[in-house]
Design a protein around this ligand. Structure first.
Ligand SMILES: [Zn+2]
Length: 237
């Protein structure tokens, strides 16, 4: 797969194209900002490579530990991290779970602290009020900014897609290159005789070099045994 720097370059170089196409399509600066922002965030630190110790993971700084369960629960380049749509949906849901944990934990801790310093007498009542007002805020915001939320999700998905596509293209190229190298190595191991020196199946080939033919049968002159040799042999010659 490409290096983190290559992924960064692809994200940054394609960002003006994404922003330009979005603005041309929507004629809305806020939607363009949402899609471009989502694309940049996904390409730089919310991408599929959060499933390994990657540049995505490291950019979360001291908060990077929240991705440890994600990293450990899935194989690198698995369907749930690198597949289109599924990977982004899983990461958004995972991040929302942490936002919920931080929100609830932070609310409870703040309410208890308020009771400790004497601001309230009942921390649970205060926490309940905070949670109900927070829920109301999120409900109103999701209704009011639903288009922007969808635009951010599209930006996140586009950033992940650019990553997955560059991963796939690099893997395909490397596979093809390795196969070609293996073939070249195999053909280099075979003896490179010129075609006229290669063994032929036919024995009647006029172009066949003589040294590749089996040696000719030596014909032996039949010799008479000595006792049958005529005594007058050689007489009169
Ligand atoms: Zn990847």
């Amino acid at each position: 797969m490409p290096s983190g720097r290559t992924h960064d370059s692809i994200t940054l170089w394609s960002l003006p194209l994404i922003a330009g196409l979005t603005f041309a399509r929507t004629q809305s600066s806020s939607l363009t900002l949402c899609i471009a922002g989502g694309y940049l965030f996904s390409g730089l630190m919310f991408g599929p490579d959060l499933d390994i110790y990657s540049y995505h993971y490291k950019r979360w700084g001291w908060l990077r530990w929240i991705w440890l369960p994600y990293r450990r629960s899935m194989r690198h380049r698995s369907f749930w991290s690198h597949a289109p749509i599924a990977g982004t949906v899983v990461r958004i849901a995972y991040l929302l779970i942490w936002v919920g944990i931080f929100g609830i934990g932070g609310g409870l801790a703040s309410a208890i602290a308020c009771q400790l310093i004497g601001i309230t007498n009942d921390w649970s009542l205060l926490a309940q009020q905070w949670f109900s007002s927070s829920r109301l805020f999120f409900e109103q915001s999701s209704q009011q900014y639903s288009t922007e939320a969808i635009a951010i999700a599209i930006g996140l998905e586009l950033g992940a897609l650019s990553h997955t596509c560059s991963d796939w293209m690099t893997s395909t190229y490397r596979r093809a290159f390795n196969q070609r190298s293996k073939k070249a190595a195999k053909s280099a191991q075979q003896p490179s005789l010129p075609p006229d020196l290669l063994p032929s199946s036919s024995n009647n080939d006029p172009m066949k070099p003589s040294f590749l033919e089996p040696p000719p049968q030596t014909r032996r002159e039949p010799q008479l045994p000595p006792f049958r040799r005529r005594r007058d042999d050689g007489i009169g010659r």
